[in-house]
Design a protein around this ligand. Structure first.
Ligand SMILES: [Zn+2]
Length: 477
């Protein structure tokens, strides 16, 4: 019997090996998710809600203005959420940062980095490459109904970000009230399990919160001169001029420097926007939790914002803590609550979600499951050849030290992280050993990114209205 079937077994084995080899060959041209998709059934039916609050500084969580808490909803989560107190973004402006969050790839691996959006621009790698799996494509492959409310033009379908979503509702001017209203509308129509992604733009320039929230935080423009009030309430123009000055594009800003009261008024408008966002994020989360308790919520930001910290304004120009650090909360189904102090980064979000849902890790992810990792090196980069930005920085944090390299001026800065929150003490000159160790980590990081790089990038052309929004937000010339 055995001898009789031996040749058949050999032939079957050879055929099997052949099939495997052909499969591997095909695999070179397929994403891991596509391969997994054909094999795996949904593991759990926990719903997922991802909430991104654009340009929301981590240090605003828990703050009080004019006797009014800025984040009463986020504050109320203490005790039942997992709060990561040392979370950083992998880039300090929306498109690359959100790509890292959605794909678990570092900037040099996904190559969504440059600011320009038109085909004529030589910096071609702008849009999310279609072959890279995202949180939406992964969850859709597991049977999720995928829905998004998108209000940042940097993440519009033309740039590849609607991939994997059944519904991708976009708006260039929806405020927090509308984002929550529309998210609830789509959620009411959704089937279980659902993945809902809501992106709130209110903390982003031009800082235009409702009057009620201006009053709440004590914004009092009547105390300013007419000239300063005009600057504060049309802050985008001042911001643009200041960025051009800070990046060496112009020798002087056309605006007189704002007084301390004027600067404080700008921060109050931002803080009012923070409170407004917190109110409506809270409304979204509470409503969904009540009716769908088996839901995992992730609440975070794509980056922070400068308010004259290190003399800068806005974001995307540097990797200082004010724009690098982000709030990061996990709440709901399966989340072990508590305050977590180890350093995590946005590339960790997708592996963490997979871990909480019981889904397998995809082999191309570069992040770690934040609930199963200890302190590890975290990395960020911001770079643009856009004349207004003209920036090229990278950084690594490891073992309590943060190395920041400014490649435009060739300087290296070393800070204690997170204790030196304001980065006021540069240890770069007195601790060359640590600088050398961190430089070596960055070198290894570059090599890993070269290995991970599989996408060729894609150019995109935007419609006029979106281009105008991006210009208004300061993303383009
Ligand atoms: Zn952003």
């Amino acid at each position: 019997m055995e001898k009789k079937f031996a040749p058949i077994i050999v032939i079957c084995c050879l055929l099997g090996v052949g099939v495997v080899l052909i499969g591997l060959g095909i695999g070179l041209y397929k994403t891991s998710t596509e391969l997994n998709r054909s094999r795996r059934a949904p593991v759990k039916t926990t719903n997922v809600v991802l909430i991104v609050m654009d340009a929301f500084r981590a240090d605003r969580v828990g703050q009080v203005r004019n006797g009014v808490p800025l984040t009463p909803f986020l504050d109320s989560l203490g005790g039942e959420a997992a709060v990561f107190r040392s979370a950083v973004s992998n880039c300090t402006w929306t498109r690359p940062s959100m790509t890292s969050l959605l794909t678990s790839l570092y900037v040099d691996a996904h190559q969504v980095i440059y600011g320009a959006l038109v085909k004529e621009d030589p910096d071609a790698f702008n849009a999310l490459a279609p072959e890279i799996p995202t949180m939406a494509t992964v969850l859709k492959a597991y049977g999720y109904n995928t829905l998004a409310i998108q209000t940042n033009g940097n993440l519009f379908p033309e740039l590849g970000f609607s991939k994997g979503f059944d519904v991708y509702r976009t708006s260039l001017d929806a405020d927090a009230t509308q984002v929550t209203d529309w998210a609830l509308e789509e959620w009411n129509r959704a089937r279980t399990p659902f993945f809902l992604y809501a992106h709130y733009m209110d903390p982003h320039l031009p800082y235009e919160p409702p009057q009620q929230h201006r009053d709440m935080v004590g914004y009092a423009p009547e105390t300013l001169s007419n000239e300063e009030r005009a600057v504060v309430e049309n802050f985008r123009d001042y911001y643009r001029a200041h960025c051009e000055f800070m990046t060496g594009q112009t020798p002087n800003s056309p605006f007189a420097p704002l007084s301390d009261a004027g600067k404080e008024a700008v921060k109050l408008l931002y803080d009012a926007s923070i409170r407004y966002t917190d109110d409506h994020v809270g409304r979204l989360v509470k409503t969904i939790r009540e009716k769908a308790p088996d839901t995992l919520f992730i609440i975070t930001a794509d980056h922070g914002e400068h308010f004259w910290d290190h003399e800068f304004l806005g974001h995307g120009l540097t990797l200082y803590n004010c724009e690098l650090r982000v709030p990061l909360f996990f709440l709901g189904a399966g989340v072990p609550p508590g305050e977590y102090d180890h350093v995590v980064e946005l590339v960790d979000v997708l592996p963490s979600v997979a871990g909480l849902l019981g889904l397998p890790r995809e082999h191309n992810w570069q992040g770690a499951d934040a609930f199963r990792s200890e302190d590890k090196p975290v990395y960020a980069k911001t770079k643009s050849s856009n004349p207004r930005w003209n920036t090229d920085w990278e950084m690594v944090i490891s073992e309590g030290k943060k190395l920041v390299l400014n490649h435009k001026d060739g300087t290296a800065h070393l800070f204690t992280f997170p204790q030196d929150g304001l980065e006021s003490e540069d240890l770069g000159k007195e601790d060359p050993t640590t600088v050398g160790r961190l430089r070596e980590l960055l070198r290894q990081h570059h090599l890993k990114n070269l290995q991970a790089r599989r996408a060729k990038g894609k150019q995109a052309e935007m419609d006029t209205a979106t281009l105008e929004q991006l210009r208004n937000l300061g993303y383009m010339n």
